[in-house]
Design a protein around this ligand. Structure first.
Ligand SMILES: [Zn+2]
Ligand SMILES: [Zn+2]
Length: 113
């Protein structure tokens, strides 16, 4: 996984706009638990203690190939606004069920070879 490429994408203006549009569409609510999230410049009305960190998730996970494909990276149908907690859950579940990973006897997630 090339961190450099991914970082460039997440810093791009197009991504920032797409991300903002998703939150506007979802009324600043997490798509799963429906709790309000904080989005820079949009969530000032939400009391600080109720704000959760919001992350826009790619339903089809990004990799070094599809990160160049706007139909994946910026397609609203592939995007889902989640709070940090729901986002972590999503990725954790994916890791656990992925076929190329397994738990060792100590309960650590390891790559199958
Ligand atoms: Zn949530
Ligand atoms: Zn994600």
């Amino acid at each position: 996984m090339s961190y450099g490429i991914r970082k460039d994408f997440y810093n791009s203006k197009a991504w920032k706009i797409a991300r903002k549009n998703i939150w506007i569409k979802q009324n600043l609510l997490c798509n799963r638990c429906h709790k309000p999230v904080y989005v820079d410049g949009l969530s000032e009305w939400i009391p600080k203690e109720k704000r959760r960190t919001g992350i826009v998730h790619h339903k089809e996970y990004l990799n070094n190939i599809n990160v160049y494909d706007d139909n994946i990276t910026l397609n609203e149908d592939n995007l889902e606004g989640l709070c940090k907690e729901c986002h972590e859950l999503e990725h954790h579940q994916d890791q656990v069920t992925r076929k190329d990973y397994m738990f060792d006897s100590d309960g650590n997630l390891i790559k199958k070879d």
